[in-house]
Design a protein around this ligand. Structure first.
Ligand code: UT7
Length: 324
C-alpha cells in the first residue's frame, strides 16, 4: 500500500476591486493593447485598504474546507505560500489558522515567490507520505499590489492580488500512476539569478518592504526553458509524458510563456487552464486559483492527470504531477 496526498477540496477568493488595463493608461505610458498582446492580461484584482494577505487566504481556505466538507479542527497542518505576509512575523499561516478557527495542528509559511505553491504542495506531500500529518490545508495568498512601483510600467501592469487553497488528505494508493493524489514533484532553485527578480527592501537591509524589480525578458527566457524541463522531470519520475496529461495548470504570469511551455510539452492549449486574463500574475496564489476556477468551469474532473509548473524569484522553479 502506498500513501498518497489526495485533493479533497479546493477554493479561492478574489478581492472585490477589479482593475482593468485601461486604469493604467491614465497613470503611465502604456496601452491596453500592449498589455494584452505581450502578456494576455486584461484585468486583475487589488485588495482593499486594510485587506491583508491572511484575509484573502482565510476566505480561500474556508472555501476549500467547505468544498471538502471538513471542519478546521480536522486539519493537522496549514501551509501558506506567500511573499507578501501581513507582518514580518508571526507567519501569515498562523493568522489564517486563527481566522478560520483552527485550533489543531501547526501552521507555517513557505516563501518561494511565484513557485511558492508548488513548493508548499511538495512539502505537504512529504508531511503526508511520511506519516507526520493526515490532512493538510495548502494555501497560496498574495497582495502584490502592496510591493508594486506604480511608476514602473515594466512591472506594475503585470501583478494582481488573490488567494486559492486545496485540502489534501492521506489516501491509500497502489503505487502506480493510476492512483489519485500527488504522484511526483520536482523542485529547483538557483540563487545566482537573484538580480533578475527581487524586491529592493527587507528587514535586514533597508528596514522597509521595498518594491518589486524585474528584468522581464531575462525571466521570460528562463521560464520558457525551465518550466517545460521541470514538468518533464516530474512526469518522467512516474513514467509519464505530455501525452498522458489531461490539464496543465501553470503559474499564470504571461500567456506567451504558458503557450510556449505547453508547446514544448506537446500539449495543445485546449488542455491548459488559463486564468491570466482575469487575474494577472498573483504569484503563489495563481496555481490554486487556476485549480479552483478550472474545477468550477467544469474543466478539471475527478481522475484527471494534472501537471502544475511555476517559476519565480530566486530563481526558484518546480512542478507537481497529481491525479485529481
Ligand atoms: O511570475 C514570476 C515570473 N515572471 C514572469 O514570468 C515574467 C516574465 N516576463 C514577461 O512576462 C515579459 O518579459 C514582460 C511582459 C515583462 C515584457 O515583455 P517582453 O516582450 O519581454 O518585452 P521587453 O521587456 O523586451 O520590452 C519591450 C518594449 C520595451 O521598449 P523598447 O526598449 O523596445 O523601446 C519596454 O520598455 O516594451 C516596453 N514596455 C512597455 N510598453 C508599454 C515595457 N513595459 C511596457 C508597458 N507598456 N507596460
Amino acid at each position: 500500500m502506498t500513501i498518497r496526498a489526495v485533493v479533497r477540496g479546493v477554493g479561492h477568493y478574489l478581492p472585490e476591486r477589479v482593475v482593468p488595463n485601461s486604469e493604467f493608461e491614465q497613470r503611465i505610458d502604456t496601452t491596453d493593447e500592449w498589455i494584452r498582446a505581450r502578456t494576455g492580461i486584461e484585468q486583475r484584482h487589488f485588495a482593499a485598504e486594510g485587506e491583508t494577505t491572511s484575509d484573502l487566504g482565510a476566505r480561500a481556505a474556508a472555501a476549500a474546507l467547505a468544498d471538502a466538507g471538513m471542519e478546521p479542527d480536522a486539519l493537522d497542518a496549514l501551509i501558506l505560500a506567500t511573499s507578501t505576509a501581513d507582518l514580518t512575523f508571526p507567519s501569515a499561516a498562523t493568522m489564517i489558522q486563527s481566522k478560520i478557527g483552527m485550533k489543531s495542528g501547526f501552521a507555517f509559511d513557505v516563501q518561494a515567490v511565484c513557485a511558492g505553491f508548488v513548493f508548499a504542495l511538495a512539502n505537504a506531500n512529504a508531511l503526508i507520505t511520511s506519516g507526520q500529518a493526515r490532512r493538510v490545508l495548502v494555501v497560496g495568498a498574495e497582495t502584490f499590489s502592496r510591493i508594486l512601483d506604480f511608476e514602473d510600467r515594466t512591472t506594475c501592469v503585470l501583478f494582481g492580488d488573490g488567494a486559492g487553497a486545496v485540502v489534501l488528505e492521506a489516501g491509500d494508493g497502489t503505487g502506480t500512476p493510476a492512483d489519485r493524489g500527488i504522484l511526483a514533484t520536482d523542485l529547483n532553485s538557483d540563487g545566482s539569478y537573484r538580480d533578475l527578480l527581487y524586491v529592493d527592501g527587507g528587514v535586514s537591509t533597508t528596514g522597509t518592504a521595498g518594491h518589486l524589480r524585474m528584468q522581464g525578458n531575462q525571466v521570460f527566457r528562463h521560464a520558457v526553458e525551465k518550466l517545460a524541463a521541470t514538468a518533464h522531470a516530474a512526469l518522467g519520475k512516474v513514467g509519464l509524458s505530455g501525452e498522458d496529461v489531461d490539464w496543465i495548470v501553470p503559474h499564470q504570469a504571461n500567456l506567451r510563456i504558458i503557450a510556449a511551455t505547453a508547446s514544448r510539452m506537446q500539449v495543445p492549449m485546449d488542455r491548459v487552464v488559463v486564468t491570466v486574463q482575469d487575474h494577472g500574475n498573483t504569484s503563489a496564489a495563481s496555481i490554486p486559483l487556476a485549480l479552483s476556477v478550472g474545477k468550477a468551469r467544469g474543466q478539471i474532473k475527478t481522475g484527471d492527470l494534472i501537471v502544475t509548473e511555476a517559476i519565480g524569484g530566486g530563481l526558484s522553479w518546480g512542478s507537481v504531477v497529481l491525479r485529481w
